[in-house]
Design a binder for this molecule. Structure first.
Ligand code: ZN
Length: 305
């Protein structure tokens, strides 16, 4: 315990960018498999902890800082309705800014394709899907949840197949409401900023260059059509791992004038970093335990070997 507090003191300059997803009080049954959820009470504890120990800034301020030191940025990915209902009132009370990374497909009313994956799991239809597709996407040693987002499977084809399969399953999908916030109910507030998280949230590295371009430009245009909303020119890579994007992704972002990219690799930020010529920042997904111990673990992980 003593060693952990020493890490806290000596590495206190690191910056923290948590990425939250859903903030349901109780996760709906159809989403209960694999959904990253932090309930509002725990979220309040996390944000209070960060406000006490870090300077909380918006994402663009973080990227503009030449030497980001002990800064924190709050981000939410995928624009779940629960964030607007349960998280934003907490941020307002604490006077904390945040960025919500949006997918234009779900903002336009479509189902989030990863929620379809969760629906198939909770309906016990994974094996049936594999049989129905004649094992087309299966990857040895991986679960259905995992192989459907493996970069070796073109996400667009997986998504189209999921939709066709569910349509063939006597209305399983029609029993599920959408859990994504429609754009018509996005909130315009000085504390809330919106960012590009692609159109459909596909694994970009699984797509062709043309498909990637379409994924990024569709929401770029969508956000441009909403000048009433604060926007960031920082991009959030769907899934956020090193194997989920490639050089093409960064070339497209640079051509469109994006100022940076955030990943999600369970890390804190020590100093500015670049990838394919664009500034990048690391994020981590907090779980439902006190944030102090999670930050401590991340600090220990980042000690140079
Ligand atoms: Zn996401």
């Amino acid at each position: 315990m003593k060693a952990r507090s020493i890490f806290h003191r000596t590495l206190a300059h690191e910056s923290a960018i948590p990425v939250y997803h859903a903030t349901f009080k109780k996760v709906p049954k159809s989403l209960s498999n694999g959904l990253h959820n932090v309930d509002p009470e725990r979220l309040h504890e996390h944000l209070s902890y960060l406000k006490e120990r870090y300077t909380i800034v918006c994402l663009d301020e973080y990227f503009a800082a030449r030497r980001p030191k002990r800064l924190a940025v709050i981000t939410f990915d995928d624009a779940y309705t629960s964030v607007f209902e349960n998280a934003l009132p907490i941020l307002r009370d604490l006077d904390i800014p945040c960025t919500i990374f949006v997918n234009s497909a779900t903002a336009d009313g479509a189902f989030f394709w990863r929620d379809l994956v969760r629906l198939i799991i909770t309906s016990g239809l994974e094996a049936e899907f594999d049989k129905w597709t004649k094992h087309r996407f299966r990857i040895e040693g991986q679960s259905f949840y995992r192989y459907t987002k493996d970069p070796r499977n073109n996400s667009r084809e997986v998504h189209q197949t999921l939709v066709a399969f569910l349509a063939d399953q006597s209305g399983v999908e029609s029993t599920m409401p959408s859990f994504s916030q429609p754009a018509t109910r996005f909130i315009s507030s000085p504390l809330v900023c919106y960012g590009n998280h692609t159109h459909q949230h596909y694994v970009l590295s699984s797509l062709t260059h043309e498909q990637q371009t379409a994924e990024i430009i569709t929401i770029h245009d969508f956000l441009n059509a909403h000048p009433d909303l604060n926007q960031t020119m920082v991009f959030a890579v769907p899934f956020g791992g090193m194997d989920t994007f490639n050089e093409s992704t960064f070339r497209i972002l640079s051509d469109l004038g994006y100022s940076g990219t955030v990943l999600s690799r369970q890390r804190l930020n020590r100093c500015p970093a670049h990838l394919f010529g664009l500034p990048i920042a690391e994020r981590f997904m907090p779980d439902c335990t006190p944030l102090s111990s999670q930050i401590c673990t991340l600090l220990e992980k980042s000690v140079p070997k």
